[in-house]
Unconditional design. Structure first.
Lengths: 312, 312, 312, 312
């Protein structure tokens, strides 16, 4: 993780600047506010602001359902009820803002989640730092043989070494040429006074997709959980999954009841199709259902068997 | 304004429950947090939570533009610059949550702003209170003769009296029948044990559009300003404009720099069409432009003359 | 269903105005285009435009996955695969526009789906027709005793008759007063020349929530299915469910493969929570799991038993 | 522009497959449907589907304003009125879908417009073609001296030649290494049977930001115009502006009235701040206003002078 000394000083300063507020306060998030959690080789994710807590979800639900919610015994139970029945609006009442440092190719996947606010570092305005993502050796894997978008066995030996070497060399070479084309010194003075230098918005096109960028990313709790459900999933690319994993820790710190319900009714939950449900019911009734008579495709049958623990 | 005693007690309790936070704090909003501002005869608007302040806008801009923003001398200048050039994402970094009590017909206009989160009181779950909006005498106006959707002269005398009487009488009658159909006593016991009572989700359809509802409404600063620009405009219906006016006060308290820039570059700003700009340039060059030679329609010409102070 | 003679003529005219296009054409939708499907006592829903078909979903998926999709044997299989794995963006490539006539209280539920475009009839500009929803006798039900927002037994006898009478009488009375306050004749001339008449934007507040309004509502296929999943559900209020049911017929006509997959993986599918999945696995392994040892709340246990066909 | 022979054949086939439809048809768009318009060195933009036309905008407005719109004499006038008064919902009733081939760094700017549907070619699933953007010599410019994000003078001579050479060389080198790491032959068989090859989702991180990608991009007319207003602006980066310019041609072909109104009230229109308006009024009243007494900052004063044709 690469924070500049200025950024580290700024974090320290913010961590001691406590002020009183009448708003809801989440003790768990206050404890880690501003602190970067390292992700990948140079990235991080940190919470820089938030609004609301578990009680805010409950409060919103109670304004909706009025006296109707009085019977539900407690906040935790109500939050589980809301999550279980896919009531989304009470969760939208909480908001969180992250500062994330991430490779460009990860940013390109991340930005597909449209219900969020983003301010990204602009390479039209400013010069990017010389930082790029190089996979750790245990992440350098071959194409999966049975999944068009996944990874298979980890590469080893010469091939792994050559690939790591190429990735490093190419990133360094393209960055060096980027800097040369810019011809910008520290103080804005040309490095080589004989050359004009290329506009920043053009020079950046020479950088590779593993170059690090950074942004502020803000969303509400409902959309955050949608993001985490998709990106913490085992089918997500490893390099974005590690960000999602770190953010689930911030979810635990922020809204512990909602986080627990999220694991029960989203992360750990499964869907059965109409036909799969019929199969399960027949099995539970004692019938020895076979693939051919299930009404499921072979692939769906296999997935269902894995799901209910009947494979191999 | 009608707050229940429980709500008033809750507000008092929240107003003394101060806790330390490391987050950005807006002193202006803390001073009015939770306090309802009366609007119309029974409505109110109050801020119940917020995230960010003027500095958060600046911080987001600086992450975007990096070293590029160093030259702008101060926060106030940068915020004005961002507003002037329609940079919207830094303003999206601030979030605010309101609790609003408002008539149903106002809620129907309000909800058309889709970029917001809403939790409304549900009349499927709970019984609505007997509260409806009756215009003040100085708001009881005839249809405008030159604006299809506006108001003209204030009504007076018998007609005004009769209308007020009808509005009150009809709202009371339909509410009384609503309550009768529900047949629900205070404690959930039937008022008339001989009757089953009608389901809440059906009984409510008998209420008039001036019945009060309430909701939590949460949005970001950028979208809040879009809402205020449209709804504080003189063409907006009076009954929603008064809510927008109250909310502009909360904007002033929350983000004073942004609020000032909003007045300068949004509320008080005007647009000139391509042709109108040509007309203004010709006039400034000393030409005596006439309507017929302006290239503008008669209506646009008249509007331009009003705008530049040349009408009658 | 109440279409004016002008509207009926317009539909007839549009139904014969065929023109050649190079775009994808859905034969199923062409067959019903513009034709209103009656819903409730005066409402309707009709498709007035659309874009794309099953092939457009496939085309979008293939641009995303490139050569990766070649192996999937056919369009139908690919669409099922996309639906099953919650790939939403290919479904967003199809768009549909409806013209809907519906009571205001239904419109208020409907509008909560924000990812859609809406143009509603404005009662600020124009006078509303005298049409309001009165439930059919078999829909006049008491409050459910075990569901805060549902209906229970159908009302009968005197109570039913009295309620229907009240609903009709109140709607007619408030409409009559609305018309009186407006004081507008057919040709815009005052009915009573002695009175100014009340502005339309104010007079309308006297109408009841069962008054009919109408709108154009446009959304993409992915968001349409989200809407239908929620609103065709048995927990949705009957008066919006009948619109969803009618719209599912348009889905069948438009994109038959996607519609079939929608039934299999959305409408008829169920979710098992992490704990419920464990219970099902234990049962399938032959264990006699009991409620107390299941880890589920009593309510969730009961729901699961119903789901898997083991309830009493 | 690089279309594969298969794509060219597909376009030819689609261009002759006419079918009758009852929907609104735009003759202008039918004439160019599917046909790619070349942009940059290898990119293109082409319309692949659409919904609605000028009449659809009018139809939506008339459902909103009912009898209120009868007075407006014609469709063209009503569309201008709607555009002038920032009525956005009628324009949302039209939808368009583009197929775009564009460099990754352009895609990164483009995707910031969130109100659109996107299906992008996935380099996790498939191998990217060897195509990258190299600026034409007249676009190879130095950093602007007075605009942090703009371009200044065009580079010439040795520096230009060296830069072009670097850009080409680096893109080719990184692509060659990408292909080597993939180790994938035409038919999916390994090029070098001794090596496993790197997973596609990892190998792609070695590519430079000028690599071409492609996507389907679908949006409504209102949001399309927002996009075009920002991206056809002289402050937009040249490489995205050329796409916006091409798309404005499709706007002209699709909805000629809306396109004309767009030029008059959006593209060619200007905003005056509250203070700038005061300055203009004073000038028109004959006062010799000077910068110091204007209430405007020096920068805003200069911009205003340019706007009204009074600069130097």
């Amino acid at each position: 993780m690469s924070l500049t000394p200025e950024q580290q000083d700024e974090i320290k300063a913010l961590r001691v600047q406590s002020a009183p507020t009448l708003r809801a306060v989440s003790p768990g998030l206050e404890a880690i506010l501003y602190e970067p959690m390292p992700v990948l080789d140079h990235g991080f994710v940190r919470v820089v602001d938030y609004m609301g807590d578990d009680a805010a979800i409950v409060q919103a639900a109670r304004v909706s359902y009025g006296r109707g919610t009085r019977k539900v015994s407690d906040d935790k139970g109500l939050i589980r009820y809301l999550m279980r029945h896919f009531h989304s609006t009470p969760f939208e009442m909480c908001e969180i803002k992250y500062h994330v440092k991430l490779p460009v190719f990860v940013a390109r996947q991340w930005i597909r989640h449209r219900t969020a606010n983003v301010n990204e570092y602009s390479a039209r305005y400013s010069v990017l730092d010389k930082e790029f993502y190089i996979p750790a050796p245990d992440q350098l894997a071959a194409q999966s043989s049975n999944n068009r978008q996944g990874r298979g066995d980890v590469l080893t030996g010469d091939e792994a070494a050559q690939i790591l070497d190429l990735l490093k060399h190419d990133a360094e070479k393209t960055y060096r040429d980027y800097a040369w084309m810019l011809n910008e010194g520290e103080d804005g003075v040309a490095v080589d006074p004989e050359r004009s230098g290329l506009a920043r918005e053009l020079a950046r096109i020479n950088l590779t997709l593993n170059t690090y960028t950074q942004w502020y990313w803000k969303t509400d709790l409902h959309n955050l959980m949608n993001f985490l459900k998709l990106r913490a999933d085992s089918h997500a690319q490893y390099e974005i999954r590690v960000y999602a994993d770190a953010m689930i820790q911030t979810l635990d710190a922020w809204v512990p009841y909602a986080a627990e319900a999220f694991r029960e009714y989203r992360l750990g939950a499964v869907q059965l199709s109409a036909t799969a449900l019929t199969v399960v019911k027949r099995m539970l009734a004692g019938e020895a259902v076979e693939a051919g008579q299930s009404g499921l495709s072979k692939r769906e049958w296999n997935e269902l068997m894995v799901l209910i623990g009947r494979s191999g």
